[in-house]
Design a binder for this molecule. Structure first.
Ligand SMILES: *[C@@H]1O[C@H](CO)[C@@H](O)[C@H](O)[C@H]1NC(C)=O
Ligand SMILES: *[C@@H]1O[C@H](CO)[C@@H](O)[C@H](O)[C@H]1NC(C)=O
Ligand SMILES: *[C@@H]1O[C@H](CO)[C@@H](O)[C@H](O)[C@H]1NC(C)=O
Ligand SMILES: *[C@@H]1O[C@H](CO)[C@@H](O)[C@H](O)[C@H]1NC(C)=O
Ligand SMILES: *[C@@H]1O[C@H](CO)[C@@H](O)[C@H](O)[C@H]1NC(C)=O
Ligand SMILES: *[C@@H]1O[C@H](CO)[C@@H](O)[C@H](O)[C@H]1NC(C)=O
Length: 438
């Protein structure tokens, strides 16, 4: 094995086994922050405001939503709660009094109230069924908060408050660090002329890893172009292989018996896909549709092969060097994602509200599409597969791309001279690579 391949193996290994807070160069600060504001502390009773903030540019929290849990260090219990509720009351037999506490579990699990919850149970920013939008898609809906009152603490004043630990979000792929104390949150009153502050504040930061969320990919990319009659399908077995143990699929015209069985609405059901060669729940098709003198046109289609899920508030991140010259996007919303990049080559697409922001389950429509116009730079050429995206992510998870050798090509063109950038974070290709070359 030559020096170069050893070097490449080392690079690939170090990239694919990076820490579980998957570092994302397009959104390096991505995190969900849990904020714990101690508002009042009177003897054995405390009042706390808990806020969950989704500081991610393109990953949102879908129904059934977050389920926030933590461990009490002492014998605390939640006596009252506004804007959320605990899933279990737990064993409250140690408490005497007229009314038992709301939740006595050592590890309470709190869920958001549904929209339209009774007014006297609400709290500011609550009641979205646990759904949080990404920061790019809706800047008004990326946070949620609720307020709890506790009893049973041994602290006699706020400086003795015993902070909880081991936060969990109940969302696949997320892990939280331990809370750390920060400067107390300040709250504007009187239109910002006066500021009050809470007694003490802690933050806990949670990160996402697509590998922890699911070791196999969840989407794949297929391609075609006006200058090549072939359609380049998603690579075979992109997400799973038909007939592989543990993989299930439903033939095209068949109605699955599972559909009649109801799944628990509080749990996300595992995907149940139509039988395809790629077996992915999501397929993104990139079609280079037309070339004009100064512009070129791409048609993007997102197809849902999952028969038991509608993807609400879906989004797609694309990396292509020509996105800096994007001129028109016809029926998706678009924002460039370049706060952390100097090359202006990445952007995010998502559905237009009430029009195509819901990607319906297979058999129920099951696709959304749009076209875009990009301005040609001087010396523009379709050669070398240049018109195809370098990376695509759907809902924040990397999609499997065809091999560069298979890309549509110009008539009479030889195989690609294109030197590929480094999107090898794909677990699949990494493992194949390691298997064959290391
Ligand atoms: C979490 O995200 C916020 C907002 O982008 C950022 O200010 C903060 O530094 C991030 N925290 C970490 C630990 O990355
Ligand atoms: C937090 O989690 C650790 C590891 O699971 C456990 O040892 C510890 O007891 C937990 N803390 C509390 C307060 O339960
Ligand atoms: C809080 O209570 C502890 C003893 O329980 C005492 O030592 C400390 O001075 C008190 N702090 C304040 C700010 O009252
Ligand atoms: C998806 O949406 C369609 C149309 O709104 C609805 O009929 C169907 O029940 C939904 N499916 C799921 C799994 O929620
Ligand atoms: C990227 O976009 C920003 C703002 O849209 C612009 O100021 C900057 O010059 C662009 N950089 C490149 C390399 O095109
Ligand atoms: C493409 O974008 C770059 C950077 O924003 C700009 O310098 C260049 O003039 C644009 N080219 C065209 C053809 O619009």
């Amino acid at each position: 094995m030559g020096f170069i391949s050893v070097l490449v193996c080392i690079i690939v290994v170090s990239f694919s086994f990076s820490p579980s807070y998957g570092f994302d160069p397009m959104d390096p600060q991505a995190n969900i922050t849990i904020k714990w504001d101690l508002l009042l502390s009177t003897g054995s009773s405390d009042t706390v405001k808990v806020t969950i903030l989704n500081f991610q540019k393109y990953r949102h929290i879908e129904a059934p939503g977050w389920k926030l849990g933590w461990d009490w260090k002492g014998k605390e219990a939640i006596s009252a709660i506004f804007g959320a509720e605990a899933t279990q009351q737990g064993d409250c037999s140690r408490f005497k009094g007229q009314e038992l506490p709301h939740c006595c579990d050592k590890h309470p699990v709190i869920i958001d109230l549904l929209p339209g919850a009774p007014y006297n149970t609400q709290f500011q920013n609550c009641c979205k069924g646990g759904v949080l939008s990404s920061m790019t898609q809706d800047t008004s809906k990326y946070g949620a908060s609720f307020q709890i009152s506790t009893i049973g603490s041994t602290a006699s004043n706020y400086s003795d408050f015993v902070m909880v630990e081991n936060f969990t979000l109940g969302l696949p792929g997320y892990t939280c660090g331990q809370p750390f104390e920060v400067r107390p949150t300040k709250i504007p009153v009187d239109g910002g002329r006066r500021w009050t502050q809470v007694l003490r504040t802690w933050n806990a930061v949670c990160g996402y890893s697509s590998f922890l969320s699911s070791p196999s990919p969840k989407c794949c990319v297929s391609m075609s172009a006006f200058y090549d009659s072939r359609i380049v399908d998603c690579p075979q077995c992109s997400c799973a292989c038909q007939g592989q143990p543990g993989s299930k699929c439903v033939q095209m015209k068949e109605t699955p018996p599972l559909l009649q069985q109801k799944h628990d609405p509080n749990e996300e059901p595992p995907p149940l896909v139509r039988c395809t060669d790629h077996m992915c729940p999501i397929q993104i098709h990139w079609h280079v549709k037309e070339s004009y003198r100064q512009y070129w046109r791409v048609k993007m289609t997102i197809r849902n092969w999952n028969i038991i899920k509608n993807y609400s508030q879906w989004n797609m991140v694309v990396l292509h060097p020509n996105l800096k010259n994007i001129t028109t996007v016809f029926s998706f919303s678009y924002a460039s994602l370049n706060d952390f990049r100097t090359t202006n080559d990445s952007g995010m697409f998502w559905g237009i509200k009430y029009y195509n922001d819901m990607l319906l389950q297979s058999g129920n429509g099951g696709n959304v599409q749009s076209e875009m116009l990009l301005a040609k730079e001087p010396g523009f050429s379709f050669g070398g597969g240049w018109a195809f995206p370098r990376r695509i992510m759907f809902n924040g998870d990397e999609c499997v791309m065809p091999q560069p050798d298979d890309y549509p090509r110009l008539p009479n063109a030889s195989p690609l001279p294109f030197v590929y950038p480094f999107p090898l974070s794909l677990v699949f290709s990494t493992f194949l690579f390691l298997l064959f070359f290391c």
